[in-house]
Design a protein around this ligand. Structure first.
Ligand code: GTP
Ligand code: SPV
Ligand code: MN
Length: 584
């Protein structure tokens, strides 16, 4: 295979001259090619077979133990002006970054195969979709890209038709954490990643392209690239709503996107459009529409069981790649809270009985094609995307944030999004459980200055017809003993119902200083083991705590100095004033 696109040809030649691969393989995206990649990795030990009877075509990849998560401290946005990247990003001057990366990539693929991976983010015929090409020396990346993106011939044909694509160069290098960098050059539509084989650092179509580079393009072109799930909720009367929700990494997007209605909610149907990334565009009528740029899931394994997420549990019983899980004596994959079997060998390949700590890595992941999801929506293939009724922000907050509340209007919604904070998780290297600001769940993923990004969000009120309503949820409130106050998972549908009823103006709300909260009676708790007092506390606003919170938000905005939009500050001042005089 080759290409008629000269820019692509020249770039591949330059990369080959620099990295010196033994051979070049053009990925065509066929199932046969996927099988060959798997066989080759079984031969090299990159993959281990799992129980072929109970987990057909499932494989285990054990990564280097130092390479198990995104590395935010080694991720850079390299714009000409540092201010363009903003205090929310690590920055390096493009020239310096290029020099550093050229040195790392020199000869890096000697004796290895260079895979050329043309991919399309979004339905191949969608005007909202965008293409890229990843060059990598990792067959694991090639196989994962086949599951996660529309990869191969059709994508290449679109690239040749359009001429424009994002370039991504990746090598696993020697996995030395001191020689590991994930560099973005938004002005060149270029990504260079060295020294990691882990998902977000190596599958360049995902966070690097579909969020960091795409968010930069989206600002210039008037759309949004967001860390959001997209879910369809249909009530027993057949009324459908599409919701987009932004929660930080490992805070429940995959779970909400494939929610199974509880028994108390017979007749309700939930279908997944996407579980991690949404691209949002205004259509000709001024309606916000969303596509999922991905075609597969790279999901958190621990915690997945028949009760919490039956759909995910079922879809990873076949044709899946597991990364860093444990295995049982039967050679089945095992993880914490699987509620089935016992671990024999831990994620590092040691006896599980000797290990202290979890047997599966807390950030162990599955990769599967989206079509394996029992509640996959065909609308994920619709080039026009789906119309969004509500945008939901959320985070992992032991305290403070109520179960659900609604913004007064779009601009207040932007403040709520910009103020999101959440406890850190194992999805990124570093301390877990530390509360940090994670605006719109995009702290690790916004490819430009957050102040400009908030401004861009605000600009939609002038350009849209009817904008979605904006909400904030928190499934993670805990009591003194560390137990969750809200049952979560399937029961979250009860909160989605209130959100949809608000969108349809079918239910009143209580006005508070932070926004509209449900009357406790309007959250259906039938059949739940949840007393009135707990529900009250889930739906309360602690004025002192919120005053402290808003002071923190002010300090955070201060990092962005004069660039913070005046409208955002005005929205914050309104909440502060309402808290001060107890007004609703
Ligand atoms: P990324 O793929 O990292 O972007 O994460 P995600 O937002 O898709 O998170 P995911 O749905 O995989 O959930 C991460 C963890 O949160 C899992 O261990 C889940 O079991 C847990 N979780 C998800 N939803 C809920 C919930 O409603 N309540 C509680 N208590 N835990 C939840
Ligand atoms: C996340 O960390 O938000 C993920 C996994 O979805 S990764 O692909 O590594 O970014
Ligand atoms: Mn994510």
């Amino acid at each position: 295979m080759s290409t008629s696109n000269e820019a692509l040809r020249t770039w591949i030649e330059e990369v080959a001259q620099l990295t010196k691969p033994e051979t070049i393989h053009w990925c065509d995206g066929t199932d046969e090619e996927y099988d060959q990649l798997i066989q080759q990795m079984l031969g090299s030990g990159d993959l281990l077979p799992l129980n072929e009877d109970t987990y057909p075509n499932c494989y285990l990849h054990r990564s280097d133990p130092t390479d198990v998560a995104r590395v935010e401290h080694l991720t850079f946005v390299c714009t000409q002006q540092q201010a363009a990247a903003g205090p929310n990003n690590n920055w390096m001057a493009p020239q310096a970054a290029h020099a550093k990366m050229d040195e790392l990539f020199a000869g890096a693929m000697e004796g290895r195969t260079l895979y050329v991976i043309p991919y399309c983010m979004g339905p191949i015929d969608s005007p909202y979709a965008r293409c890229g090409v990843e060059l990598t020396d990792s067959p694991y990346v090639a196989a994962n890209m086949k599951l996660m993106t529309r990869m191969g011939k059709a994508a290449l044909a679109r690239i040749e038709r359009e001429g424009k694509f994002v370039r991504g160069l990746h090598s696993t290098g020697d996995l030395n954490p001191d020689r590991r960098f994930v560099m973005h050059f938004p002005e060149e539509l270029l990504i260079q990643s060295f020294g990691s084989g882990y998902g977000g650092n190596a599958l360049l179509g995902k966070k690097c392209h579909a969020l960091r580079i795409a968010s930069y393009q989206a600002q210039q072109e008037g759309w949004l690239a967001e860390h959001m799930l997209i879910v369809e909720v249909e009530n027993p009367q057949g009324e459908k709503h599409y919701l987009a929700a932004a929660f930080p990494s490992a805070c429940g997007k995959t779970n909400l996107a494939m929610l199974i209605p509880p028994q108390s909610h017979a007749g309700w149907k939930v279908r997944t459009i996407g579980d991690d990334i949404a691209w949002l565009h205004l259509d000709d009528e001024g309606q916000l529409r969303a596509i999922n740029p991905e075609s597969g899931y790279f999901g958190v394994v621990p915690g997945t069981n028949q009760k919490t997420n039956r759909n995910a549990y079922d879809m990873i019983q076949r044709d899946a790649i597991f990364t860093n899980v444990a295995v049982t004596k039967n050679n089945e994959p095992w993880w914490e809270d699987k509620k089935e079997g016992q671990p024999d060998i831990d994620w590092k390949g040691r006896s599980a009985t000797d290990a202290n700590g979890p047997a599966a890595h807390p950030n162990s992941r599955f990769t599967v094609a989206a079509t394996q999801n029992p509640c996959y929506s065909e609308l994920a293939e619709d080039p026009a995307g789906v119309p969004i009724s509500a945008i939901i922000f959320g985070g992992r907050r032991r305290e403070l944030a109520p179960l659900v509340y609604e913004a007064r209007d779009w601009a207040h919604g932007v403040l709520i999004g910009a103020s999101v904070a959440s406890e850190t998780t194992a999805a990124a290297t570093g301390q877990v459980g530390v509360t940090r600001r994670d605006p719109m769940a995009m702290k690790p993923f916004c490819g430009y200055n957050f102040a400009d990004y908030w401004n861009h969000w605000l600009s939609f009120s002038d350009r849209a017809g009817r904008l979605p309503r904006v909400f904030h949820v928190n499934w993670f409130r805990q009591n003194q003993d560390g137990d969750f106050l809200w049952p979560g998972f399937g029961e979250n549908l009860r909160v989605l119902r209130w959100i949809i009823d608000r969108c349809e103006d079918r239910v009143d709300a209580r006005s508070t200083p932070i926004g509209y909260l449900p009357q406790p009676a309007d959250i259906d708790t039938d059949g739940l083991d949840l007393d009135g007092e707990t529900l009250e506390s889930l739906l309360s606003v602690d004025r002192d705590a919120w005053q402290a919170e808003m002071a923190e938000v002010e300090a955070y905005f201060g990092e962005f100095e004069d660039r913070v939009p005046a409208e955002l500050k005005a929205q914050r001042d309104k909440v502060v004033a309402a808290l001060a005089d107890g007004r609703g």
